[in-house]
Design a binder for this molecule. Structure first.
Ligand code: NAG
Ligand code: NAG
Ligand code: NAG
Length: 339
């Protein structure tokens, strides 16, 4: 009997809770419980308006705490907006200069918004705390601004898959904390800045492929602790052998589809190398025997001026004709035997 009444008490409590629940969200709407900083709130609404209120961010509702808006993250202690991410949107607008008023931002992303056009506004130089800047797969154009060099806390800069043109500013080479730079798939021309040899961080990712870069690569680049470098699909010339540092940490190097012209014979590969694509260049000499000692997973030296016997055995057995063809006088397995 007692247990029955306690059960019914529990169920009536549950029932009343269920009745109350639907009205609970209205409680969280009271402005006093908002974490959102008023300045950031107003700035974000200005940004939304400048983006022409795109369908995707209509969910930035004025009666919801801006720290809970999609793509927005606030700092746990200060409640200032530290992360801003608008991706996969069908908005049609330029980057609102008001973004520069979110002065506590550390992460700023516009990714896969094909209708985002125009150039990068200079107001983003106000974002002195910015570590991560990603404007990728958008429709941005104009030069890569020299003023990005003022964002001294930048660790990651990604502007790939846009229409940026002109040359790469020297100033990027002086970003003291930068460890990943993606400028691939744009319309950039001119040389790789000499200042790029000054990158100080370890484990550097440098991706400049699919542009119209020309000239020689700065020899200073050999001093950078690169993990991955992709210079493929450009018009670079000269000697790229300085990139192979025997005691370095290089894992991936793609120099394919350029006009590099150097002797491969004396190159000392770093032991860490797993991906090597030198195809479609003017590289000559022979393939160094030490290549056998590497744990390469990808190798492509096709369409060059190489000669001599292909070092064979161990890991090299995994590569077939497709890794070596179209060289004037490479020979031996997996190509026809040497005369
Ligand atoms: C964006 O997508 C939404 C949903 O598909 C659609 O209602 C809206 O008209 C689109 N806006 C533009 C500018 O294409
Ligand atoms: C940024 O904030 C300042 C100060 O509140 C204001 O005067 C300015 O108009 C804002 N900039 C933009 C682009 O909204
Ligand atoms: C090497 O590159 C050439 C030229 O782009 C390509 O045809 C070939 O399939 C590639 N080989 C491998 C093993 O990927």
């Amino acid at each position: 009997m007692e247990s029955r009444s306690s059960t019914s008490l529990v169920s009536s409590l549950l029932l009343s809770l269920l009745l109350v629940l639907p009205s609970l969200p209205s409680l969280t709407l009271s402005a006093s419980s908002f974490r959102c900083n008023t300045h950031d709130y107003n700035t974000l609404l200005g940004i939304k308006k400048a983006l022409n209120n795109p369908y995707d961010i209509i969910a930035w509702l004025p009666n919801v705490d801006c720290c809970d808006w999609p793509g927005i993250t606030c700092d746990e202690n200060t409640n200032r907006v530290t992360q801003f991410d608008i991706s996969h949107s069908n908005l049609s607008a330029e980057i609102p200069p008001a973004v520069g008023n979110l002065t506590y931002l550390q992460y700023l992303t516009f990714h896969k918004n094909p209708g985002l056009h125009g150039s990068i506004p200079s107001t983003i130089t106000k974002l002195v705390h910015l570590k991560f800047l990603r404007f990728s797969w958008d429709g941005l154009s104009g030069p890569i601004p020299e003023f990005l060099g003022q964002l001294k806390n930048l660790e990651y800069l990604n502007l790939d898959f846009n229409q940026f043109s002109g040359s790469i500013p020297d100033s990027l080479g002086y970003l003291p904390k930068l460890s990943a730079l993606f400028l691939d798939r744009n319309k950039l021309s001119g040389p790789i800045p000499y200042s790029f040899g000054g990158f100080k961080t370890s484990d550097f990712y440098l991706i400049l492929s699919h542009n119209q870069l020309s000239g020689e690569i700065p020899c200073s680049l050999g001093a950078v602790d690169l993990t991955k470098i992709d210079l493929s699909h450009n018009q670079l010339v000269g000697d790229a052998s300085t990139l192979f540092v025997p005691n370095g940490n290089l894992q991936t190097i793609d120099l394919s589809r350029n006009k590099f012209d150097f002797v491969l014979s004396g190159v000392k590969f770093p032991k860490t190398l797993i991906y090597l694509d030198l195809s479609h260049n003017h590289i000559h000499g022979s393939i160094p025997k030490e290549i056998i000692k590497l744990e390469l997973q990808t190798l492509n030296v096709t369409y060059n001026g190489l000669c001599g016997r292909i070092p064979y055995g161990k890991n090299m057995k995994r590569f077939d004709y497709d890794s070596f063809f179209h060289n004037p006088c490479l020979c031996g397995k997996p190509l026809p035997s040497c005369k």
